[in-house]
Write a protein that binds this ligand. Structure first.
Ligand code: ZN
Length: 427
């Protein structure tokens, strides 16, 4: 390549690539020479949101402010406390906050599981503010989403770790763990081992001695109380989307392709985020570290990257009806506050589009054919997919794809339907 000042006689400016990656356009002077520095052409973000880092005390003011602005579609609740007693706040956004409506799927975003990976927290605060503002303005896309979905945002799963990380000057790892030194993404029950153990052999790790963090317990209770069907948890330090399983099937392997029975759906979900995230989709993106994820569309099976026993994604998939992926949002774990507007731009469409995926697939209600009453705890099996889902307390359920489904419940004959709803004959 010629230098930045090289001849541009053929209309080629050697700074084009460098400029594109910074969002600037190269200029030519009168003599056809490239003119450094690049001139900015990409407009600044237009959403006037609260772009700064929020520590715990600042964060807890954001929710009530949004409830004040949008009381009809927002609710703040706490799912428990961290080891040091900080509340794990969730912001709910829905047309009927506080209520599960039959047939309306429940979605969650979780951020800050590693306390020093802070971008997710700010994006979720921005997202809440954005949804509230656009809803007030009558934005049809946001109105449709809020009317049809119950959205839960947990911006800080590990608030103690965040306070320990403190600022962008923190080291690479400080604040990752809880106050007790627990990595929350290794702290969920390992259900994978039991799943792959040969029949007759005891599977699973004995949990009697395992220390379960209060933050993990709070999230497990939350998963059991709300019938979530889709989720993503937001991390930092890489730029890639990972999907389950996170733990290798062969226990001594550090890396191994370990797909779930719903691999196609998971790859779709990961791809939705990866292709709409502007930082990942940018043609000129460079690897953050040594892995070149762009070659595989910026998605990877979690276990094929590095094995994580006891991950939240695997637990969600094996223990609940929820499909969950991990988004590694940026090379930098603690970006400077001046980068937050650009990071919002990078992620806004991806965050919205990913939530909209909760309306893909099929959902329905299992009812008693004689009384018409809904049946809780009925099992829905999808043809060709070795992974069942269950109806929740509201007796409804969700699954992805269009398939033949079978519904079964104790005391009833199983019913097989090509459609989304099932009536069971008492048997
Ligand atoms: Zn992380």
């Amino acid at each position: 390549a010629r230098g930045a000042q090289g001849s541009a006689g053929a209309g080629v400016c050697t700074r084009v690539r460098a400029c594109r990656s910074t969002g600037h356009a190269p200029g030519f002077d009168g003599a056809g020479m490239c003119v450094p520095p690049c001139t900015r052409v990409r407009p600044l973000p237009t959403d006037p949101l609260d772009f700064r880092h929020h520590n715990y005390d600042e964060m807890r003011k954001v929710g009530p402010a949004a409830v004040g602005q949008c009381p009809n579609i927002t609710r703040i609740y706490s799912i428990g406390r961290s080891y040091l007693g900080l509340k794990l706040y969730v912001m709910e956004i829905s047309d009927n906050p506080g209520r599960h409506e039959v047939g309306e799927p429940e979605f969650r975003y979780v951020a800050g599981m590693h306390g020093n990976e802070v971008l997710g927290r700010e994006l979720l605060l921005n997202l809440m503010e954005y949804l509230c503002r656009q809803h007030r303005r009558g934005d049809p896309r946001v109105r449709r989403l809020v009317a049809r979905t119950r959205i839960h945002l947990l911006p800080a799963m590990n608030p103690d770790g965040y306070e320990a990380a403190g600022s962008e000057l923190a080291g690479w790892a400080s604040g990752r763990w809880t106050y007790e030194g627990i990595d929350l993404n290794h702290n969920f029950a390992d259900l994978n081992t039991a799943l792959v153990a040969p029949r007759g052999e005891p599977g699973g790790t004995p949990c009697a001695l395992a220390q379960v963090a209060p933050e993990t317990r709070a999230v497990i209770d939350w998963m059991q109380r709300y019938p979530f069907v889709l989720s993503a948890n937001l991390h930092g330090g890489e730029l890639v989307v990972t999907y389950p399983f996170d733990m290798t099937r062969t226990y001594w392997k550090a890396q191994e392709l370990t797909p779930t029975a719903d691999d196609g759906v998971f790859r779709w979900l990961a791809t939705v985020y990866a292709t709409s995230n502007l930082a990942m989709a940018r043609e000129e993106r460079r690897p953050c570290h040594y892995d070149d994820f762009a070659r595989a569309g910026n998605i990877i099976n979690g276990a094929n990257w590095h094995t994580v026993p006891g991950s939240m994604n695997d637990f969600s998939y094996l223990h609940t009806n929820c499909f969950e992926i991990t988004v590694e949002l940026s090379c930098d774990k603690f970006p400077h506050a001046s980068e937050l507007p650009a990071e919002w731009e990078n992620n806004r469409e991806a965050l919205l589009l990913y939530m909209e995926q909760v309306h893909r697939g099929i959902k329905g209600v299992v009812r008693d054919a004689e009384t018409g009453r809904g049946i809780a705890d009925a099992i829905i099996s999808v043809d060709g997919i070795n992974h069942d889902v269950r109806t929740g307390r509201a007796r409804d359920w969700g699954a992805y794809g269009v398939y033949e489904v079978t519904a079964a419940a104790a005391g009833y004959e199983a019913a097989r339907r090509p459609a989304a709803s099932a009536w069971l004959e008492p048997g």
